[in-house]
Design a protein. Sequence first.
Length: 276
Amino acid sequence: MDAGWANHKSTFYTLLGRERCETLILECTQRAKELVAGAFADSNFLCGMADWLAVYRRQGCPPVHHSPAYREAYDPHYRVLRTAYGGYFPALLAAARLARSGRPAVVAIDGRCGSGKSGLGDLMGRLLPCNVVHMDDYYLPPDRRAENWEQIPAGNMDLARFLQEVLVPAGAGAQIRCRPYDCRSGTLREGTTLPARPLTVVEGSYSQHPLLSARYDLRMFLTCAPEEQRRRLERREGAHFAAYESRWMPLEERYIRQCGPEKGCQLVIDTTEFFP
């Protein structure tokens, strides 16, 4: 007993066994029934519940379903999500409300690398009636970048093309013609037409650059602790992490310092504890 309490892993079930636990529950339920019978107005309901539990256990605890009356009154629906996604619920709820608003809406998910922007965008794409567009598809070709582009927030992004090809039609509820930039070939890939949807989700760093931020109906910023960010990126980038840390992370931090995208957001979500 002492060892069980010490490691916080023992329960009545593990200490006493299933049969003894079920017997104790039935005995305690019967005792409670005797104590409350006729004691107050709702005692009949409690006694009925005790009887139902006794029958339920004798039946082997089959799956429980809502009654027809409950389903008709409340029309319940449920989704099973990973526990880690629970912290995203405020963002999912806000986006879902926009999707049902009856007008075109655009959501921006900005934040630090490794904070979960792509994961949240993917989750919204699976749960909501939306198009998901990635900022990583709108890099600016090197020959069009300013000589000092590394000193300019989002100096490597084709913000003008992104604005005209994505945000303008998305805000009007029209189709979106996406033409991702291929960094390896230095060319635009063959375009893809996204159908008009109630909601467009834009995920990625620089999505809330001052040239773009006014176009969104909902802005959110994701962040995480530096040590957790490093752990995630080391796992994601593998052998390329050193180059990523020395070049791309400083560029993003410069953008965050100079443009302050999180300051204009309706939601700021710290994902440090989301993915152990």
